[in-house]
Design a protein around this ligand. Structure first.
Ligand code: 13P
Length: 255
């Protein structure tokens, strides 16, 4: 499987700004061959993004969703509402959801199970805080976050899984993890997933790195084989920086 590069716009861009971004990105699409490119706009811009990207290979993801199908859940968005706008992926467990909005592993697990049920590809975010890293707990934290969501799921129920390793201290700080640390984390993710699922029933897994990724450093991450792409915040907000990042990844990975 090739690389997957996803833009997480967080709480940025109106529908109009999204259309303008997509219209400027589309002429670059011919340079993205061999890379799965995904844009995750805010909910309110999904319809505009779906219309603007119709007929293109650029996919759409959501940044969050409810674990419920429908009902009295004020302010929540159900998976089927996302699928109306050709959303194929959903980011779950982003550290901003965990740390600012109090999402715990149990909540993330429920959302994960709902994503599988509704056939959305989960992008499960995991990552240690700076304190946890300083205490030498990185591996234990990553393993716990993975097991809390994946352990005990029906064998064969996950076809495709993307895990984004995003160290919390690297997000939005300009201080990316070293490529070797990202590769070590990606290898750990692969080993834990292989321990949980047998090779016959295990998902197709890709591991992204996220945290201050840009066009200048992406190459050093994807050149190391355990890392299969990136989840990009700040550098995905401008067409030029995002397109440059994708072409740099393509060059470094030789795809
Ligand atoms: P930055 O690329 O802005 O550090 O954000 C990373 C991130 O949180 C992507 O989900």
């Amino acid at each position: 499987m090739g690389l997957i590069i996803a833009a997480n716009w967080k709480m940025h861009k109106t529908a109009a700004e999204t259309v303008s971004f997509c219209n400027r990105l589309l002429p670059q699409e011919k340079y993205f061959q061999g890379i799965e490119v995904l844009i995750c706009p805010p909910f309110t811009a999904l319809a505009a993004a779906a219309a603007a990207l119709e007929g293109s290979s650029i996919k759409l993801g959501a940044q969050n969703m409810s674990w419920e199908e429908e009902g009295a859940y004020t302010g929540e968005i159900a998976p089927q509402m996302l699928k109306e706008f050709r959303v194929s992926h959903v980011i779950l467990g982003h550290s901003e959801r965990r740390h600012i909005f109090g999402e715990d592993d149990a909540t993330i697990r429920k959302k994960f199970q709902r994503a599988l049920y509704d056939e959305l590809v989960p992008i499960l975010c995991i990552g240690e805080t700076e304190d946890q890293r300083n205490r030498g707990e990185t591996e234990a934290v990553l393993e716990r976050q993975l097991r809390a969501v994946l352990e005990g799921l029906e064998p064969g129920s996950i076809k495709e899984l993307v895990v984004a390793y995003e160290p919390v201290w690297a997000i939005g700080t300009g201080r990316a993890a070293s490529p070797s640390d990202a590769a070590a984390a990606a290898s750990l993710v692969r080993a834990v997933v292989e321990k949980i699922f047998s090779s016959e029933t295990g998902p197709t897994l890709r591991v992204q790195y996220g945290g201050s990724v840009n066009a200048n450093n992406i190459g050093s991450f994807v050149a190391l084989s355990p890392v299969n792409g990136a989840l990009v915040g700040g550098a995905s907000l401008e067409v030029d920086s995002f397109a440059a990042l994708i072409t740099a990844a393509k060059e470094a990975a030789g795809c």
